[in-house]
Design a protein around this ligand. Structure first.
Ligand code: FAD
Ligand code: 2HG
Ligand code: ZN
Length: 477
């Protein structure tokens, strides 16, 4: 792959002007590393176009010169997906200046957003019109629509509304040769062959640049209730979810599992965080219910659960402030874990019914096989997806991650595969899991990934080194 020539850089600087082009090391620095500081890359310039036309022209010029492009939104990737490689001088293509909501129609329940719109801004804009965009996650103040689409993000409302894939009604993208794909029209039915929209969703910037999306909105909720429940173990937690879904059908939007060890991390590292319940519980769930009489119905259902011993203690937030504080605990786990020290992350899914047993058995096995480690497994139990993170022994050096940490990862992923699960439930593959995808990936999956990549991006300029293991790459030992 070619490094950009001085002539190409001058042409791009001319096209984008001073607001859209920077080769300044200080300005580029924050965008050359990932949220967790695990990866460090190099770039010749940071390109920040302000329109789809400019994106198309950049890609056309880079395709002609064979220069790699790394698309970037909020740079909150958990898998180093938006961080360039350290081995060459790629161009970072930031979509952050393309942050216009082109249209928001409450009648049609649709918002057309440019790729750089920040998720929290879309939430606010929809709310102002009596609507909401029903996907949320801890990085909502930075994550962009383009990044969310490109990782097929999940988050804390998947239980009721599905992942990003189910919320995208149309897409506009620039393909690897600079052609603009205009698929923004929100067609409910469209059988013109392969579903190109779904090919681009979750492609992690390896097949083109998402420049805009038509997104599905839903009516604002009349009433919502947020509860924090203390209970014994993940099995009881899943049984509680089923009970709640039976008692208040269609109302449970979030059901997030939090172990005591994760709550302890938040209390230790996040200023202002307070334990929601008086006693100590090994596990907790944060439950959110929405709809008519949500609070009364959730309270009644939780009361029954307490009476039957399937919950040990519970509180329902008495105010919006208290509800926000409960959500802050849940959404701060990643930040608290980051502050706490070295850990390896695993974003895994298995069939929902199997998750409690999987979590319990695999935690015992990991902590037994790797003395001094501690499993911190939390998250989206109702989706069969937990973040099965493993903290390094307290005396571990940074090199632990590449040695024992990598062995822990192989151990966890082997268990996931044996359980018929996925090694990436919602964060994507990026650069962090590419060799693992190859190691555990079945040949048919790898064949299709490689065939699609080489057909659409034959020169391999779109986000090289991410997601797709190349055919000639040696298998990791
Ligand atoms: P980036 O990090 O900039 O990019 C992500 C990937 O998409 C990269 O491969 C990049 O090249 C590509 N990309 C970005 N923009 C475009 C574009 N316009 N066109 C083509 N490719 C593009 N994820 C979940 O699914 N659920 C969670 O609950 C969740 N919680 C999180 C909590 C925290 C605190 C953090 C830091 C992250 C969390 N994430 C979660 C990770 C999640 O993937 C990102 O938050 C989000 O989807 C990425 O958006 P971004 O704009 O930051 O994308
Ligand atoms: C979450 O659910 C995110 O909070 C981040 O997906 C998970 O930090 C993690 O491992
Ligand atoms: Zn998550």
């Amino acid at each position: 792959m070619a490094n950009p020539s001085p002539a190409l850089l001058a042409r791009l600087a001319d096209l984008l002007g001073s607001k859209g082009f920077s080769a300044d090391a200080g300005e580029m620095a924050p965008w050359l590393t990932d949220w967790r500081g695990r990866f460090q890359g190099r770039a010749a310039a940071l390109l920040s176009p302000s329109s789809t036309g400019e994106v198309a022209e950049i890609v056309r010029l880079c395709a002609g010169a064979g220069v790699p492009i790394v698309p970037q939104g909020g740079n909150t990737s958990m898998v180093g997906g938006a961080t360039p490689s350290p081995d060459g001088d790629a161009l970072i293509l930031s979509l952050r200046r393309m942050n216009r909501i082109r249209d928001l129609s409450p009648e049609d329940n649709l918002a057309i957003c440019e790729a750089g719109v920040i998720l929290a801004h879309l939430h606010e804009a929809a709310e102002a019109q009596g609507r909401r965009f029903p996907l949320s996650l801890g990085a909502k103040d930075n994550a962009t629509i383009g990044g969310l689409v490109s990782t097929n993000a999940g988050g804390t409302q998947v239980l009721r509304f599905g992942t990003m894939r189910g919320l995208v009604a149309g897409l506009e993208a620039v393909l690897p040769d600079g052609t603009i794909f205009d698929g923004l029209a929100p067609l409910k039915k469209d059988n013109r062959g392969y579903d190109l929209r779904h090919l681009l969703i979750g492609a992690e910037g390896t097949l083109g640049i998402v420049t805009a999306a038509s997104l599905i909105l839903v009516p604002a909720v009349a009433e919502r209730a947020v509860a924090w429940v203390g209970l014994r173990d993940p099995e009881i937690a899943l049984a509680l979810l089923h009970r709640l879904e039976e008692r208040i059908p269609g109302a449970i939007e979030s059901f997030e599992l939090v172990p005591a060890v994760a709550l302890d991390l938040v209390l230790a590292h996040i200023p202002g965080a307070r334990a929601p319940l008086a006693g100590r519980h090994d596990w907790h769930v944060l439950v959110e219910a929405a709809g008519v009489e949500a609070e009364a119905r959730l309270a009644a259902a939780l009361n029954d659960a307490l009476g039957q011993g399937s919950a040990d203690d519970a509180l329902i937030a008495a105010s919006q402030g208290q509800a926000d504080a409960l959500w802050r605990i849940r959404d701060s786990i990643s930040e608290a874990e980051r502050k706490d020290g070295i850990a390896v992350k695993h974003d895994v899914s298995v069939p929902v019914a199997d998750m409690p047993a999987f979590m319990t058995a695999t935690a015992v096995a990991v902590e037994g096989a790797f003395p001094g480690t501690r499993v911190i497994a939390f998250g989206h139990l109702g989706d069969g997806n937990v973040h099965f993170n493993v903290r390094a022994p307290r005396d571990a050096a940074a090199s632990w991650l590449d040695n024992e940490g990598a062995a822990v990862t192989r151990f966890v992923h082997d268990a996931v595969v044996a359980a018929g699960g996925s090694i990436s439930a919602e964060h994507g593959i990026g650069q962090m899991k590419r060799s693992e995808l190859e190691r555990v990936g079945d040949p048919a999956r790898l064949f299709m990934l490689r065939a699609i990549k080489s057909a659409l991006d034959p020169r391999g300029i779109m986000n090289p080194g991410k997601l797709v293991p190349l055919a000639h790459e040696p298998r990791p030992s």
